[in-house]
Design a protein around this ligand. Structure first.
Ligand SMILES: Nc1ncnc2c1ncn2[C@@H]1O[C@H](COP(=O)(O)OP(=O)(O)OP(=O)(O)O)[C@@H](O)[C@H]1O
Ligand SMILES: [Mg+2]
Length: 268
């Protein structure tokens, strides 16, 4: 049984807007999957089904063998942590410490376990010095880290990051990449939504392209970067390294700088 199984999922908002038009998707334990696609294609709507924030209009979503329609958000959030696209929708306490403490306490961690999780995660996400501040006073970049930390304290097996890199600068994005790699080493299953294919190729080997409520492509980045027509359709641009590789006539698109150098040497 996969960690996440989506079968024939359709979702229509109360407004009548058909956001998902038949999605089938399987995500295995400890996988890192990136979801890409243009604005309004249905990425957020899809992942909100994984922790029960939304329930299918038709079709099924299974999380570790549990049909989400039979479980509450509270129950599912023990397994699935969802970090909102906009951290402001997620922060509502007076201090960062309370923000980080709320989740683990809520799902029944003991006082001691909660305290040690908060300390550990605050250090890991570099927000230890913010613990006594009011989260609303922080800048967007810091709020994003607090939102990430407040989910990590619950130690969920599945993590969903909805555009975590949008307001991060170069250093922030590199810290995010390090964090994601660390989480993958500790056998978490990760689903990351992003518009940045360069960031995406550093954290995942499986790109799921969503377009108009459907899955357009589901492949390793090498296979995605050559599909120029579909990328244009989904309003995406390949990062410079694979693009340059393709234009130089490489057999397949290089992902990292190292790939590029090796393939360039082979060509000469
Ligand atoms: N609460 C809502 N009520 C009605 N329609 C909605 C609601 N939330 C999203 N939609 C619509 O559903 C469609 C899919 O939206 P969704 O937020 O899932 O897209 P997305 O791929 O995450 O986009 P973005 O890249 O901008 O975050 C869009 O047409 C959007 O306008
Ligand atoms: Mg979205």
């Amino acid at each position: 049984m996969p960690k996440i199984l989506v079968e024939k999922l359709k979702f229509t908002y109360p407004s009548g807007l058909k956001a998902l038009k038949g999605i089938d998707l399987k995500i295995e334990d400890s996988e890192s999957v990136v979801i890409i696609g243009e604005n309004g294609s249905g990425k957020t709507t899809l992942v909100k089904h994984f922790n029960g924030l939304l329930k299918p209009t038709s079709g099924q979503v299974w999380i570790e063998n549990k049909n989400t329609k039979d479980y509450s958000i509270a129950e599912l959030s023990k397994t699935v942590g969802y970090i909102f696209q906009n951290p402001e929708q997620q922060l509502f306490k007076e201090t960062v410490r309370e923000e980080l403490t709320f989740g683990p306490k809520n799902i029944g961690f003991s006082g001691n376990k909660t305290k040690s999780r908060v300390e550990k995660i605050a250090k890991m996400t570099n927000i230890y010095n913010l613990l006594d501040l009011n989260p609303r006073r922080l800048n967007f970049f810091q709020k994003q880290w607090v939102a990430i930390a407040s989910i990590l304290t619950m130690d969920p097996k599945i993590l969903i990051l909805d555009e975590p890199n949008t307001s991060q600068d170069f250093l922030g994005v590199n810290k995010l990449i390090d964090l994601i790699k660390h989480l993958l080493k500790s056998k978490k299953t990760l689903i990351t939504i992003t518009h940045d294919l360069n960031f995406a190729s550093k954290i995942s080997n499986r790109f799921v392209v969503v377009s108009d409520g459907k899955i357009l492509l589901d492949d390793p980045p090498q296979n995605i970067f050559v599909r120029q027509k579909e990328l244009v359709q989904a309003n995406l641009i390949s990062p410079p390294i694979p693009r340059l590789g393709i234009s130089l006539g490489f057999k397949y698109p290089p992902i990292s700088n190292k790939d590029f150098i090796n393939m360039y040497r082979e060509l000469r």
